[in-house]
Design a protein around this ligand. Structure first.
Ligand code: G16
Ligand code: MG
Length: 220
């Protein structure tokens, strides 16, 4: 029986990808590296430092910076990113998510957050949904390996006190779907059929996500 939902944040609950993109783009510009939206797809679900490494590699500058330099660059990006997330409100919940969370709460299902973002707690507070995730936000800093490794979703199940096969995981990134699958959790992918090919159940947008449908699919 399904007892809990484990959510990715960016791209499932709210769309912070655009803000990450704008902040990375302005840092990349200072480093004389050009990135576009297509390249940005690769950064979805990937940690801050791994994203920076991909950007430096993209600009053939991976050997130009020390670890200390890179920490400073990542901090610069995060500072700009935080100016964007300051403005997030409950209006920024993606379509269908408010109802899904409400129905899951009514059914007394557990809800956990499995986001790679260190800004996750701040973002769910801004969205006004932090009460639903009390004590169930996985700390990405505690992980040995990020997505696509299963650890983040396994920790989500552990925080909920339930088994992986009693959970549903929701993701919009390929690395995220792989992480859910590797954890032995039923995966719901939000996005195109090709990008979400590995998911157990696919919806094109959060608009199509209903609790009934995902429970039915997971319990088939
Ligand atoms: C999100 C984004 C990634 C971002 C990561 C880390 O992951 O999709 O692009 O690099 O968080 O974010 P921060 O710099 O805030 O720690 P998710 O897992 O919520 O999709
Ligand atoms: Mg995501």
């Amino acid at each position: 029986m399904i007892k809990g939902l484990i959510f990715d944040l960016d791209g499932v609950i709210t769309d912070t990808a655009e803000y990450h993109y704008l902040a990375w783009k302005s840092l990349a510009k200072k480093l004389d590296i050009k990135i576009d939206r297509e390249f940005n797809e690769q950064l979805k679900g990937i940690s801050r430092m791994d994203s920076l490494d991909l950007i430096l590699k993209h600009g053939n500058k991976e050997n130009e910076y020390t670890e200390e330099d890179k920490l400073k660059l990542a901090a610069q990006k995060n500072e700009e990113y935080q100016t964007y997330i300051e403005k997030i409100t409950s209006d920024d919940l993606l379509p269908g998510i408010e109802l899904l969370l409400k129905e899951a709460k009514e059914k007394e299902m557990g809800m956990a957050l499995a986001s790679a973002s260190k800004n996750g707690p701040k973002i769910i507070k801004q969205l006004g949904i932090d009460d639903l995730f009390k004590g169930t936000v996985v700390d990405p800093a505690s992980l040995k390996a990020g997505k696509p490794a299963p650890e983040i979703f396994l920790k989500g199940a552990e925080l909920l006190g339930i088994e992986p096969n009693e959970c549903i995981g929701l993701e919009d990134a390929e690395a995220g779907v792989e992480s859910i699958n590797a954890a032995g959790i039923f995966s719901v992918g939000v996005g195109s059929k090709s990008a979400m090919a590995k998911a157990d159940y696919i919806v094109e947008s959060t608009k199509e996500l209903t609790l009934n449908d995902i429970l039915n699919q997971a319990q088939k």
